[in-house]
Design a protein around this ligand. Structure first.
Ligand SMILES: [Zn+2]
Length: 349
């Protein structure tokens, strides 16, 4: 029989921490240095470092000495981009996610399509959730203001961690073996990607507020919204008539679209963790809103998010093509996906 603590945290009959209350999540994982997955303390067991982006990605895409751009706009080397994790959870993540996914992704877009025809997409969705969570947990290591003569919060101090608690429950579901009801599944697009020299065969961007992520590995692009119960997918699937592999900027435009939808939902899904103490069962479900509607803020938010997603490409577009798209992006008037007739652009930047 499981044991529920006063704060709502739950242990199973074997003493495994099944569920961390929001309070415990912030205390142990966000502010503490406990294992990201099981919550055990650093001194209690053997620890090592879990790479935010797994090592096979760093190897296959030559990223070890390259840098991610942090939210404070400074670079940080992927090779040192790690979070604390116990050895046992690290090995388990490797077995559950990294071994099968590295093999699957090495087969390219055709192979992943074949996989998705025969399997549900939870493995990919869970993996992206885990990467998103690691990115944001790592942000507790970085100052928001780089100038050390000034006082600065850490980047993670700017996050509302209770909003990320649900993602933590999802990300560790491989460890707790909880049942995830279908309604919990967010938006996931797995799209064919076109690599356009001089851009790399890799792209990575997470957006905190909209809990969304873009990860492009070779000719495969994953775009996910982690907490919308599929709302962005439902609203966009008919609009996105795509007939060729997508360029880096087209993929970022889709990320901007799904993110803005998620931030403009009139009513949101509410996620619930349930426990059956006698059967030792744990499940996560979502209470879905009656209607799927976008509020009036969509247009004003969209330009801002589109500009943010594409900002690092703006100088390149200006130098290579003599186009100044800064204002049009900010106003949400520029599209890399569709031309003025609404037709898909097959040879976009
Ligand atoms: Zn652990």
């Amino acid at each position: 029989m499981s044991l529920t603590l006063k704060d709502g945290s739950v242990f199973d009959k074997n003493g495994k921490l099944l569920f961390l209350s929001t309070e415990k999540f912030i205390d142990y994982i966000v502010n503490g240095d406990c294992c990201l997955i099981c919550g055990c303390e650093n001194q209690a067991t053997s620890f090592n470092e879990e790479h935010v982006l797994p090592q096979w990605i760093l190897r296959n895409y030559n990223l070890s000495s390259k840098s991610v751009t942090l939210p404070n706009d400074s670079p940080f080397m992927y090779g040192r981009y790690t979070v604390p994790c116990c050895i046992s959870c690290n090995l388990e993540m490797s077995r559950v996610f990294e071994v099968p996914l590295s093999e699957l992704i090495s087969g390219g877009y055709t192979e992943i399509l074949r996989y998705l025809k025969n399997n549900d997409p939870w493995l990919i969705f869970g993996w992206l959730t885990l990467i998103f969570l690691k990115v944001h947990c790592k942000d507790k290591s970085f100052r928001y203001i780089l100038d050390r003569s000034k006082e600065s919060p850490q980047i993670s101090d700017l996050y509302e961690w209770s909003d990320l608690h649900h993602l933590h429950c999802l990300a560790r579901s491989f460890y707790t073996s909880c049942t995830l009801e279908k309604s919990v599944f967010g938006t996931l697009f797995v799209l064919p990607a076109r690599t356009v020299p001089p851009h790399e065969s890799f792209d990575f961007l997470t957006l905190y507020e909209s809990q969304s992520i873009l990860l492009r590995l070779g000719d495969i692009a994953f775009i996910a919204v982690l907490n919308d119960s599929g709302a962005a997918f439902s609203l966009l699937k008919d609009e996105l008539k795509l007939s060729a592999p997508l360029s880096p900027l087209q993929l970022r435009e889709i990320l901007a679209k799904v993110s803005t939808i998620n931030l403009s939902l009139k009513q949101r899904p509410k996620f619930v963790s349930k426990f059956d103490a006698y059967a030792d069962r744990y499940s996560i479900s979502a209470n879905l809103p009656d209607a799927l509607e976008i509020d009036d803020s969509y247009s004003s938010k969209y330009g801002e998010i589109l500009h943010y997603c594409c900002r690092e490409y703006i100088p390149f577009i200006k130098d290579e093509f003599g186009l100044d798209v800064e204002d049009d992006l900010r106003n949400g008037r520029w599209s890399f996906l569709f031309d003025e007739n609404g037709d898909f652009v097959k040879n976009s930047l």
